[in-house]
Design a protein around this ligand. Structure first.
Ligand SMILES: Cc1cc2nc3c(=O)[nH]c(=O)nc-3n(C[C@H](O)[C@H](O)[C@H](O)COP(=O)(O)OP(=O)(O)OC[C@H]3O[C@@H](n4cnc5c(N)ncnc54)[C@H](O)[C@@H]3O)c2cc1C
Length: 403
């Protein structure tokens, strides 16, 4: 039976980023995933500039072949309201297919020296004083540490007793469908560099269209208990989208869904020799549903704790406590505040939508968030600075549009 310094369960962005950083530091790293790679995952596949910066920090860059579209604008739609859009000369996000994006990241972990076993589902784990024994579909593996990066329904989280039953009010859910289109659509219909969003009448959530090269990703997400029949809601919204863009109605096939782990109270991120990261640890922005950037940033912070324990013999309890603190400082407080933002936007939807049509600052704010130039927590801590910045941005755009 082979022994490893660290075994990472789940090869999504969180797991692959952790594996990449651990392997780069020279640790014996095993990355396992239950799926056969490349595998797809229900996801809009919007990778924000903030995510790209997290990749850049460790010397990674999304290859051109993985990029579907480069996003520079947000277009808003709503019932009986004229659509409007915000544009930026700066890049806001790439859209990707998760099959290609996640495969690229797992390959980088392998190139850095990690061993990758796919079709290798974790069935159970057992902790002892010095090791963790992982029982998988491909046999047993032993690691000095185990990282649970196995997504929203984390078996690792449940086995260490950190993730119990989720309270109904904390179950977020999103469904997505990738719908093929003819490339000529881009000459007549929506702009391929725009994301289209519909915020109205969707409790704590929204409908989206993320453009890809030869398809459109449609999806809707929000709080599970309040959304009713999600596939029917999605079909209705796509019908309205097609009417809006004067396109023939698109047939939706293979609608897929997944939980969004939007915990109001932060989870403990470790238990003894097991640490959690990414969706498994509840790293999701309740307002936008964005999780990729927190998975990538979290993976780097998690790898730092692992390296300190294995390579520099830092006491386990100290390093895991620091892991929790560093996450709280980097984005924990921000994610908790995303609940307030979601609530605020939800309860003032119509007024907000009408105001946003005539003001430029909401767009400037959304762009700064996507580009990682600000976050909800910084906004809350320094409201005067925020108001000043937004006032200047509003003034500048108005002056420029008048000249
Ligand atoms: C419909 C939808 C749309 C979304 N759109 C966006 C978006 O546009 N942008 C964005 O930033 N975020 C989006 N998100 C959130 C984003 O998908 C997640 O936050 C992100 O994938 C988290 O990465 P992760 O690595 O933690 O988990 P995952 O990407 O879920 O990866 C977990 C991995 O663990 C593996 N696994 C699970 N169980 C086991 C097991 N027992 N043994 C071994 N392996 C296992 C799985 O096969 C999977 O590969 C969306 C979510 C949903 C549901």
């Amino acid at each position: 039976m082979k022994h490893y310094d660290v075994i990472i369960i789940g090869a999504g962005p969180a797991g692959s980023m952790t594996a990449y950083s651990c392997a780069k530091a020279g640790l014996q790293t095993l990355l396992v995933d239950k799926a056969r790679f490349p595998r797809d995952k229900p996801c809009g596949g919007a990778v924000s500039v903030r995510s790209l910066k997290a990749l850049q920090l460790v010397g990674l860059k999304v290859p051109e072949a993985v990029i579907e579209q480069k996003i520079h604008g947000l277009q808003f739609m709503g019932p009986e309201l004229k659509p409007f859009e915000y544009r930026s000369k700066h890049l806001l996000a790439y859209t990707v297919k998760r099959s290609k994006f996640d495969d690229y990241l797992a390959k980088q972990a392998v190139l850095a020296g990690a061993q990758f076993e796919h079709e290798c589902a974790l069935i159970g784990l057992e902790q002892s004083q010095h090791h963790v024994r992982c029982q998988t579909k491909k046999g047993q593996f032993i690691g000095r540490l185990v990282i649970g990066a196995d997504g929203a329904t984390s078996i690792v989280g449940r086995s260490i007793g950190v993730r119990k039953t989720m309270p109904a009010r904390e179950i977020g859910v999103a469904i997505e469908v990738d719908t093929p289109i003819h490339e000529t659509l881009w000459n007549q219909g929506p702009d391929p560099s725009n994301i289209v969003l519909w915020l109205l009448n969707i409790p704590y959530g929204y409908f989206w269209m993320f453009p890809r090269k030869q398809s459109l990703s449609f999806g809707v997400g929000g709080m599970a208990g309040e959304l009713g029949n999600l596939p029917n809601l999605l079909r209705g919204l796509v019908r309205m989208f097609c009417e809006q863009f004067e396109m023939p109605t698109l047939r939706l096939q293979n609608i897929r869904g997944h939980q969004l782990p939007v915990f109001r109270t932060p989870l403990p991120l470790s238990s003894n020799r097991v640490l959690l990261v990414g969706d498994a640890a509840g790293f999701i922005d309740t307002f936008s549903g964005q999780g990729i950037c927190y998975a990538l940033e979290g993976g780097q912070i998690c790898a730092r704790a692992v390296i300190e324990i294995i390579k520099y013999n830092r006491p386990l309890s100290e390093a895991t406590l620091d892991y929790q603190t560093r996450i709280a400082q980097r984005f924990g407080k921000e994610l908790r505040f995303s609940w307030t933002i979601a609530k605020l936007v939800h309860s003032h939807q119509y007024g907000g939508f009408r105001m946003a049509r005539f003001m430029r600052w909401p767009g400037a704010l959304l762009f700064d968030l996507a580009r990682g130039k600000t976050d909800y927590y910084r906004m809350k801590r320094n409201p005067l600075r925020l108001i000043y910045k937004l006032f200047v941005s509003e003034l500048r755009t108005r002056l420029m549009s008048n000249s």
